[in-house]
Design a protein around this ligand. Sequence first.
Ligand code: MLT
Ligand code: MN
Ligand code: ZN
Length: 312
Amino acid sequence: METSPSRFKLVILGSAAGGGFPQWNCRCVVCSLAWANDPRVKRRTQASIAVSANGTDWALINCAPEILSQLQATPALHPREGLRHSPLTSVLLTNADIDHVAGLLSLREAQPFTLMATPGVHGVLAGSSAFDVLAPNVVERRPVELGSSFDLVAGIRATIFPVPGKIALYLEAREQAEQGSLTTDREGEQTIGVELTAGERRVLYIPGCAAMTDSLRARLEGADAVLFDGTLWRDDEMIRAGVGTKTGARMGHMSMSGEHGSIEALRNVNVDRKIYVHINNTNPVLVDGSEERITANKAGWEIAQDGMEIAL
Ligand code: MLT
Ligand code: MN
Ligand code: ZN
């Protein structure tokens, strides 16, 4: 990737939801196409993006289990000077889900960077001593507050805001035991969206969102690009596919289609590029030429692929 000063660059390192595509143990209709190397589908790693305003310094938003292969596939993120180096200066987390944090375990080796997350998400990581491989004298864990704006990486400001969502899957049993119930669309520190601004450019990254709200819709209006939760095509998709018992709503994800889906919710919101990310392996939009892909494209949505670059 060439470096040109003062341009906002975004690379989609991974575009799949938790499990990746194809998922290691899944033979649903869509995964089966991928296992058979059908040319209508492309493999995808779990969701993460890298952003830079100068082409030299980069930040990650979320850190997928496949971070090593994602970095290897992205020349701009290779080490380039001295014996030990990385262009990554910071990592910002949007929640504590495995698909967004497990890659941190691979960013050890005493490489300095700043790990940014809400106090709530930092609290979850602090409860898992495995993350102590990120030595505190090398990796700074910086809490960032809901509603605040901060320098994410040279030339890019981030503003974080709550979106409806739930706590990570692996925390559910404890929450249910302690509180007797589980909320799947709460707005708080456990699930955030990120607004990125560089010069005149404004991009939003929202890989998980349980429902559209008026304030979120207003925030998206006029953006250069919105990368949004594309987990499921329809709410009961995993049940219909025979691979699970949960609805999208139960998982904290609004679907693309339907009256309350994101296509409808954002139909009249003026955004230059609408791009679905965090796409589950059961989602038929993954299949080139599918009716669902065509419907999404006609409504103005692009379907993210690994390695896709957005330069603004
Ligand atoms: C999600 O986005 O709902 C989670 O990543 C699910 C999971 O952890 O598998
Ligand atoms: Mn996820
Ligand atoms: Zn599958």
